[in-house]
Design a protein around this ligand. Structure first.
Ligand code: TYD
Length: 202
């Protein structure tokens, strides 16, 4: 049996990383073999591109092209082989992030992103996407508590993150069968219960 491909998305500060770690452990206790990975990144070349993407100023189209170049590598070397083996792949961000950040945030036309999406992945899509949604002001307060260097995206102003959030929600409306929106204002316990139910039906 082929495995499953699950992606996690959300604005910076929505708690995606915490839920990702919990989800991976949960799946392992259920006996699944899980490959935990992330974008941009997930391969040796992809991780080098991640360093550039997160810290080096560049033209917005260059940014989009590098995101999809890293994704192509990731799909061929990691994601597709794992699914073919029957593993479950849990990925921290994927193509919805390009629509949200390069599209919504930076203003790259959706048509261009759609062309890159088709080129790089054909009609391949995640089996399930968990979108952790949180008002931008609350997400910013949560991030302010983190004592670390902010990357190029995290340093953007509130209106950028508002557009990112809106573009994510638009993708969810467009593809309701794939994208499950989780209200991240809820407690960890309630969110975990919700995730448990969603995963049980996969
Ligand atoms: P993030 O996933 O938030 O990692 P961390 O939790 O370590 O900060 O950081 C990745 C950043 O890359 C995030 O701000 C969104 C951005 N990004 C894009 O702009 N486009 C994309 O296609 C992807 C995958 C990520």
């Amino acid at each position: 049996m082929p495995g499953k491909f699950i992606t996690l998305e959300g604005v910076d500060g929505a708690g995606k990383s915490t839920h990702l770690n919990w989800l991976v452990e949960h799946l392992r206790t259920k006996g699944r073999t899980v490959v935990q990975t992330r974008e941009p990144g997930g391969t040796p070349l992809g991780e080098k591109l991640r360093e550039l993407l997160l810290h080096e100023p560049m033209h917005l189209e260059t940014e989009a092209l590098l995101m999809f170049a890293a994704r192509r590598e990731h799909l061929e070397l990691v994601i597709k082989p794992a699914i073919a083996r029957g593993d479950w792949v849990v990925c921290d961000r994927f193509t919805d992030a390009s629509f949200a950040y390069q599209g919504g945030g930076r203003g790259l036309p959706v048509e261009k992103l759609g062309q890159l999406e088709t080129w790089v992945q054909g009609d391949f899509q995640p089996d399930l996407t968990l979108l952790f949604d949180l008002p931008v002001d609350i997400a910013a307060q949560r991030m302010a508590g983190a004592a670390r260097q902010l990357d190029r995206f995290e340093q953007e102003k509130a209106d950028f993150h508002e557009r990112v959030r809106a573009a994510y929600l638009a993708r969810a409306t467009e593809m309701p069968a794939r994208v499950q929106v989780i209200d991240s204002r809820q407690t960890l316990k309630i969110i975990q219960k919700q995730l448990e139910l969603i995963i049980a039906s996969e």
